[in-house]
Design a protein around this ligand. Structure first.
Ligand SMILES: Cc1cc2nc3c(=O)[nH]c(=O)nc-3n(C[C@H](O)[C@H](O)[C@H](O)COP(=O)(O)O)c2cc1C
Length: 250
């Protein structure tokens, strides 16, 4: 990696084929293993007005959840297209351009690569999302199902498409140096929320994945050393729907 300072962070957090994070897991104080909220009981507080969830936005937020075991039926090309379309350029003329997600300094370091296992109308393989033209560039036509555990962790099954978010760090690094790495992670999180809400809307199962094997994903996508995989979203048809469909047809 040319970016030696960023390589230092990356080397410390990569998941390797030997399975296990490169970082040492420390034993945190016991309260951190059991408590997920912070409170300031010794300070006064202000009650907030009650809010009743209403409308599609609240429904989608509440519908978001992680799903890991998908039905063995394909996602349609139309569904994949809709999910990807939540990560789009809204105004190309504005300077800097406006997208559906924010980017530190509008440097837009994140790229999206669908890895297709079971999508109607698409060959199995690896693709790159050409965002400006809303189309897929074919990188590799190959059945990658035997690499599924490296791409979406061993906890998912029957993944129809994995959406890999990578960072071309130098785009952000020219402006922010070391901060390129955390800023890219944050941007990937924003994009990830769009993907998850789209899945909630179109009734597609989805699971965010940090437990992919970094070098395996880099190799499959043939990434240069300046581009690193950050975050993966495993998607597929919800098993619940499959069971319901079976019940309905029975
Ligand atoms: C950064 C990040 C990485 C994650 N990595 C994995 C993963 O590798 N494997 C997995 O099964 N779930 C993964 N998850 C999903 C979490 O386990 C899940 O969000 C959490 O259990 C809460 O469940 P919910 O999403 O259904 O609310 C990840 C979530 C986040 C935010």
């Amino acid at each position: 990696m040319k970016n030696k300072h960023i390589e230092r962070f990356y080397r410390g957090v990569k998941l390797t084929r030997a399975a296990g994070a490169a970082t040492d897991v420390v034993d945190p104080p016991v309260t951190y293993t059991q408590v997920f909220y912070k409170e300031y009981p010794r300070f006064p507080s202000v009650e907030l007005p009650d809010v009743t969830p209403c409308g599609e936005f609240d429904t989608l937020l509440e519908g978001r959840h992680s799903e890991r075991s998908f039905a063995d039926i394909p996602v349609s090309l139309d569904e994949l297209s809709r999910i990807l379309f939540t990560c789009r350029i809204v105004d190309r003329v504005r300077d800097p351009e406006k997208r559906t997600y924010p980017s530190a300094g509008a440097r837009f370091p994140i790229e999206i690569y669908p890895i297709v296992f079971n999508v109607d109308g698409l060959e199995r393989g690896a693709y790159h999302y050409d965002m400006p033209r809303h189309r897929l560039e074919i990188l590799l036509e190959q059945d990658l199902r035997d690499r599924e555990t490296e791409i979406v962790s061993p906890y998912l099954s029957n993944t129809a498409a994995a959406l890999v978010l990578t960072a071309v760090l130098a785009r952000s690094e020219v402006k922010y140096g070391n901060k390129a790495y955390p800023y890219s992670l944050i941007e990937a999180g924003h994009i990830g929320q769009n993907i998850q809400l789209a899945c909630a809307k179109y009734d597609i199962g989805c699971c965010p994945i940090g437990g992919f094997v970094n070098d395996a994903v880099s190799e499959i996508l043939d990434l240069t050393e300046d581009e690193i995989p950050l975050y993966v979203f495993g998607t597929g048809k919800s098993k619940l729907d499959d069971d319901e469909a079976t019940r309905d047809s029975g």
